[in-house]
Design a protein around this ligand. Structure first.
Ligand code: DHB
Length: 509
C-alpha cells in the first residue's frame, strides 16, 4: 500500500503518516455552536469546529458508510480551549448490525443508522428493534435525551469527538452481493481508527488516547475494537480498502449492552432466560432450551475466567450467585439508596422479593428473573432455525442473505439448507467478530487495558453473562474493568454518561 509516501507536512510521526486522499485537511471545517446540558442540568455553550463526512479509506466500497466526522471544541462557556492533546472519543452509532452513516450529519451526535428495522429480531418480534442509542445520534436515550449523550458531554468536557460510519449487514450491490456482512463493520471501524492515527499532528487530539464507545451491536463492535487492536487477522481486509498504514489499537473501550460472543449466545441466553415466558405468555421449546443450556455449561467451563470482586472461576453452577452478588444486588442497592425515603418504601412495597436491610438490597436469582418478566427472544435467540434472526443475516455471504453459524441450529434447520457442516469460512469470520477470542483464546497484548461496560438489568436482548464474561475475561488478564448494571433499565440504557466522561479523564490522565 502506497499510503506511507511523503506527507504534505512534517507534523506527522515517522511511524504513521497519511497522504493524498487520506490526509486530513485541518482547514476544512465549519464553525458551529451548541448548548450542552450536563448531567447536573447545567447548560454549557460550546463553539466547535466540525469536519463533515471524510472518507477514511483510499479505496472505499461505499463512501456513504466509510466516512467519519470530527468535532473539536474551541470555546467552552466563553473560554478558549485547546483540544490538540485531548482524549478522542471514537463513538460509533451502529445498531442491530445495520449500516450506519454520517454522510448527512450536520453536527456532533447527528449521524446514525440509515433506515430499515434494525435489531436481531427473531420470528416476528417487532420489539427487538434498535437500541435507543445511548450514544446519541439525535435519538432520545434512557437518561432523557440527546443532550446527555456521550458525544455532547465529551465535547463540553473539551474532548475531540470522532464519529465513524460503517457498513452493515443489509447492504447489497447491483449483483445482489451482501457487502456489509461480517466482518465489514469491524474492518471499517479499524480503518477509521487508522485514519485518525495516520493523521496524528494534523487532526486535533491525542491519538494515543482514543476511547471507543458504542451501544448494543455498536457496543459489541466497540468491545471488539478494543480487544483486537493491531491484530494481523484483519490485514488483508484493511489492505483491500486502502486503509491508512497505522496502528488500529485503542486506549480504552466503552461498551453498553454489547450483543457479542454470538456463536455462544444461544446457550447463554437459555441459561439466563430459559424459564421466562415470551410476552405472548407462551413458553419456548424446553427441549431446545435445555440442550442449549448444557452447551453454555460446557462453554463456560472452557473459558476459565475469574469473576470480579475476588469471585472464583465462573461456571454455569455459580454464575447465578455471581450475577446476584457482584452486579444485581449492588445495582438495586444504588437505585434504592438514591430514592427518597417515601419513594423507597413505595418501591419496596411493590417489590417484596427485595430484602432491604442496613442500606443493602438482597434477593434471589429466581425472584430476580420473575421480576424481569417476559424474555424478548424466542429460542434459539440468535441462530434461528428458520434463519430469521438479524445475526443470520450478519453471517450471510455473497448473494446468500442469511446463514447458520452454529452447528446446533444448522442441524435443526427448517429452511431446507443442505450440508451437515458450517461453511468453511465461518470459523474465521466468527473469530473476527468475537472479542472473547482476543481475551481468552489468544490474549492480545495490544488490546485496550481499560474497560467501561454497562447493562440494564431488564435487558433480555442477550444473556447477562455476555457482558459479565467480557468483563471477567479482561479482569482475568489484569485489565482495569469498570462494569455495572443499571437497575430496572432496558436495552440501550446509559444512565451515567457523566461518570463515563469523568472516567475517560481519569484513565487517560
Ligand atoms: C441489537 C439488538 C439485538 O437484540 C441484537 O440481536 C443485535 C443488535 C441492537 O440493538 O443493536
Amino acid at each position: 500500500v502506497a499510503l506511507s509516501a511523503q506527507a504534505s507536512d512534517n507534523t506527522s510521526s515517522a511511524s504513521s503518516s497519511a497522504s493524498g486522499s487520506l490526509a486530513f485537511d485541518p482547514d476544512a471545517y465549519t464553525e458551529l455552536t451548541t448548548t450542552v446540558t450536563d448531567t447536573d442540568g447545567d447548560e454549557h455553550d460550546v463553539t466547535y469546529h466540525f469536519w463533515k463526512a471524510i472518507t477514511y479509506v483510499a479505496d472505499p466500497v461505499d463512501e456513504k458508510y466509510q466516512s467519519l466526522t470530527v468535532s473539536v471544541p474551541v470555546v467552552i462557556d466563553g473560554t478558549a480551549v485547546d483540544a490538540s492533546d485531548a482524549p478522542i472519543l471514537f463513538a460509533n452509532s451502529v445498531g442491530g448490525y445495520m449500516p450506519s452513516s454520517v454522510a448527512d450529519a450536520t453536527g456532533v451526535g447527528s449521524g446514525g443508522m440509515s433506515g430499515g428495522a434494525p435489531g436481531g429480531a427473531p420470528t416476528g418480534d417487532a420489539s427487538a428493534s434498535a437500541a435507543p442509542n445511548a450514544n446519541g445520534n439525535g435519538n432520545t436515550n434512557a437518561d432523557g435525551g440527546a443532550t446527555s449523550s456521550n458525544q455532547l458531554l465529551a465535547l463540553a468536557a473539551g474532548y475531540v469527538v470522532v464519529e465513524p460510519g460503517a457498513r452493515g449487514r443489509t447492504l447489497t450491490d447491483s449483483a445482489g452481493e451482501y457487502y456489509g456482512v461480517a466482518p465489514a463493520a469491524i474492518v471499517d471501524l479499524k480503518a477509521a481508527v487508522r485514519y485518525v492515527r495516520a493523521n496524528k499532528g494534523r487532526i486535533p487530539g491525542n491519538t494515543d488516547r482514543i476511547v471507543s464507545a458504542g451501544t448494543s451491536a455498536g457496543g459489541a463492535l466497540s468491545a471488539l475494537l478494543g480487544a483486537s487492536g493491531d491484530s494481523p487477522l484483519y490485514d488483508t481486509y484493511l489492505e483491500e480498502l486502502g486503509a491508512a498504514d497505522a496502528s488500529d489499537a485503542i486506549f480504552a473501550t466503552g461498551a453498553w449492552c454489547p450483543i457479542t460472543d454470538l456463536e455462544h449466545a444461544d446457550g447463554s441466553y437459555e441459561w439466563n432466560w430459559g424459564a421466562n415466558k415470551l410476552s405472548t405468555g407462551s413458553q419456548v421449546d424446553q427441549t431446545v432450551s435445555k440442550a442449549l443450556q448444557s452447551q453454555f455449561a460446557e462453554y463456560q467451563a472452557s473459558l476459565k475466567v475469574k469473576g470480579l470482586g475476588r469471585f472464583g472461576t465462573l461456571t454455569a453452577r455459580n454464575y447465578d450467585e455471581y450475577l446476584v452478588r457482584q452486579y444485581l444486588e449492588p445495582s438495586a442497592t444504588t437505585y434504592l439508596a438514591d430514592l427518597s425515603d417515601s419513594d423507597r418504601e413505595t418501591y419496596l412495597a411493590a417489590n417484596t422479593f427485595i430484602t432491604w436491610q442496613n442500606g443493602r438490597a438482597t434477593f434471589s436469582w429466581a425472584d430476580f428473573l420473575t421480576h424481569v418478566g417476559a424474555r424478548k427472544k424466542t429460542t434459539p435467540a440468535f441462530d434461528a432455525f428458520d434463519l430469521s434472526a438479524g445475526e443470520n443475516n450478519l453471517f450471510g455471504k455473497g448473494t446468500t442473505e442469511a446463514r447458520h453459524f452454529t452447528a446446533y441450529s444448522l442441524r435443526n434447520d427448517t429452511t431446507g439448507v443442505t450440508g451437515k457442516r458450517l461453511d468453511s469460512d465461518l470459523p474465521e469470520v466468527l473469530r473476527l467478530m468475537n472479542p472473547m477470542y482476543f481475551l481468552v483464546d489468544k490474549p492480545n497484548p495490544a488490546r485496550t487495558k481499560h474497560w467501561w461496560i454497562r447493562l440494564g438489568t431488564n435487558d433480555s436482548d442477550t444473556s447477562h453473562t455476555v457482558s459479565a464474561n467480557l468483563a471477567a475475561a479482561a479482569h482475568t488478564l489484569g485489565d482495569d474493568v469498570n462494569h455495572l448494571y443499571y437497575w430496572d433499565q432496558g436495552h440501550g440504557a446509559n444512565t451515567d454518561p457523566g461518570d463515563f466522561i469523568t472516567w475517560i479523564a481519569k484513565v487517560t490522565g
